[in-house]
Design a binder for this molecule. Sequence first.
Ligand code: KMH
Ligand code: ZN
Length: 436
Amino acid sequence: MRMSAHDAHYAGELVDGARILALFGDAATELLIRLDGDEGLFRAYESVEFLAPVFAGDYIEATAELVGIGNTSRQMRFEARKVIATVRASWAVDHEPADHAPPSAADVLSDPIVVARAIGTCVVPKALQRRPRELYLPGLPAGPAPVTAAVTPPPPESASGSEVILTAAIVGAELTRAQTPHLPLTANEVADEAARCREAGAAIIHLHVRSDDGSNTQSAERFSRVIEAIRSKCDCIVQTSTGGAVGMSIDERASSLACRPEMATLNCGTINFGDDVFINTRPDIRLLASRIRAAGAIPELECYEVGHVEEALSLLAQGLVSPPLHLQFVLGVKGAIPAREDVVLFLRSLVPPSATWGIAAVGQFQQRFTELGMRLGAHARVGLEDNIYWSKGVLAEGSAPLVARAAAYARSIGREPVDPDRARTLLGIRGPRESW
Ligand code: KMH
Ligand code: ZN
């Protein structure tokens, strides 16, 4: 590729590094088309080195080499070499200032100069892969075997089968003190409950906040205050709600992102929500996805119906959310998908191999389906937002006992609740904690 005058960005007709990364992106795309029959998505660069300057008039050859294949990830090594150099750039070194180089003079380099190297990972969702698997990995049986043949394991790490991430949904939007006196409302109450849940085995706190009068609010200021209080007492991942309460505008719901949470919910479709309607239009879902990304958070995709899973997969395919997906199946909301074992098995069949998935079952279904989900490999969410009872007619004394019960069950079937830092690794959350 010839670097043209358009590509020169800096003084001395220097070409910017981003131009070379664009070449790597094109080379990666070609490789993905050859391998998968799909352009795929660039997920991340693990390393980038710029080694020599590039000028307008230089010819650059960029190569991509496949070094690892996961179920959906393709890791590549890139190199860009200068094979023809404009003479102008080197002329001044050997000549008097008055002696100008012919502007069109150029040399073929007998030894190309490596100008940049990088390693990066691309992703092609399973649904978009158009080649039989045995073509990728000769010798492997055809079919969707969850085998990873990567030279380097694709990031982020996958959970070992025994690990489970527990989420505590401790406040909710609709719950009132009249329904349960154990509902935490003030910043201190919420933080104390978060710390108790952490102690009981929760790695994530799913968070709504309340105004002084107890009504739900998405106020950025209130979220900041509560998150600060939580962080003073425990190291849990805080997952803020962008669902808010029924009837709120999208702008209002998105205000919770102003505090730049590590994680946020993204509701993937409209449902009857009891006797109300919880509206999530497709344009609004996309808007929230882009706002979550802009806030530096990772989304958890809340699915209350089968079609919502399709929506989540299409967000991934369109690059509106980055892999790996974190799917949360919300079961038993009146008016939406029921909590039934065959439903769970079907939903599980839709989960792409690289995705994590969890179950949040509401009301009387919480314990039974949390436990079923954990037996099937799911992560789990419990807490007062979804269920206020410990057993029939007996209120739970906060969310922490529900977390403790889920953690004890997990251990009884050989699964270990992970701490927040391990959950960060498994979910692909990087960095924010260091900058607290
Ligand atoms: N309060 C519900 C209408 C979420 O947090 O993202 C929505 C909700 C989901 O609680
Ligand atoms: Zn919620």
